[in-house]
Design a protein around this ligand. Structure first.
Ligand code: GDP
Ligand code: MG
Ligand code: ZN
Length: 294
């Protein structure tokens, strides 16, 4: 007898989708209509499916998405853990800021995770993000510092780990969750191959309602092209700039070259960090240029 139910896609590979439903994982196929590019199911998708007498699934429909990322392909995320480090390979602040902007734009909570704290203390960088009101964690896969906090924040949610290659995402996930076994690569190996060790996007089912994915990281290039944010909306997804939107001399101040700008004053007063503001300016230009080329 076939039955109809709902579930969540954990991963798609070789034309099959692995759907978590009622505590078990069902190997499923998707209908032809669903395999068309823009509708194709991704990890994290909530779906309706039909399960036959042999326990094989057939995906009927993708339920409306709360959010969606194209590369890596994943949907319905609650939290993005953005990994950063001041140890090699040093993280580029612009990439961090860009990911945080896109996360907020898509209603995902960003959590900044400063890795490798055993070899390089990231307190200064962490301070910048804490000041913006973001959740931040200092951690180490070696000393296990910060692991309990990561465990706590991943409870009952869909969490994705991202950040540049070699930053230590897989290592920290292995340290926090004993039942995940991810491949950890040496940095030189990755650079010489120009690739990441983590390839398919897979949500791991863990205890206490945790669904966790390791990703090869978002490419800075893709991010702006795939999430077309209006440049004038940008100030509203920089949480430390947002409160000033109506505090400047000019209505509609973009906080760039206008005189008597409250944002620029806040930078001088040390309330807003320079590096974040620089990212704002750079991203503003990038978004403006995108519009012109379309
Ligand atoms: N000292 C130290 N090294 C780490 C830590 N986490 C990762 N590494 C090293 O950094 C390299 C890249 O780690 P990996 O987890 O593969 O990074 P990923 O590409 O972000 O998944 C490996 O050589 C790890 O051994 C850490 O907390 N402390
Ligand atoms: Mg990895
Ligand atoms: Zn202004």
């Amino acid at each position: 007898m076939t039955r109809r139910t709902e579930g969540r896609i954990l991963k798609g590979i070789g034309g099959f989708y692995y759907v978590l439903t009622e505590g078990e994982v069902i190997e499923s196929k998707a209908g032809g209509r669903l395999r068309k590019k823009e509708f194709s199911p991704v990890a994290g998708d909530r779906v309706t499916l039909e399960i036959n007498e042999n326990n094989e699934g057939y995906i009927l429909e993708i339920l409306p998405r709360k959010n969606y990322f194209i590369r890596p392909p994943i949907a319905n995320i609650d939290k993005i853990f953005i990994a950063a480090t001041q140890a090699p390979p040093v993280t580029d602040a612009y990439l961090l800021d860009k990911i945080s902007v896109i996360a907020l734009y898509q209603n995902v909570e960003p959590v900044f995770v400063f890795t490798k704290n055993d070899i390089h203390n990231s307190e200064e960088m962490r301070g910048i993000y804490e000041k913006c009101g973001f959740k931040t964690i200092s951690c180490s896969a070696v000393t296990k510092e910060g692991c309990d906090e990561i465990r706590e924040l991943t409870k009952n949610s869909v969490s994705v780990f991202t950040g540049n290659s070699g930053v230590g995402k897989s290592s920290i996930l292995n340290a926090v969750f004993s039942d995940i076994e991810l491949e950890v690569g040496s940095i030189s190996e990755k650079i010489s191959r120009g690739k990441n060790t983590t390839r398919t996007t897979e949500l791991f089912v863990l205890d206490e309602g945790r669904l966790v994915a390791d990703t090869p990281g978002f490419s800075s290039f893709d991010l702006t092209r795939m999430h077309k944010i209006d440049k004038d909306y940008l100030m509203h997804i920089f949480p430390e700039i947002e409160p000033y939107w109506d505090k400047c001399r000019f209505n509609g101040c973009t906080h760039r070259k206008e005189p008597d700008c409250a944002v620029k004053q806040a930078i001088e007063d040390g309330i807003i960090s320079k590096s974040r503001y620089e990212s704002y300016l750079k991203l503003y230009e990038e978004l403006a240029a995108l519009k012109e080329w379309e």
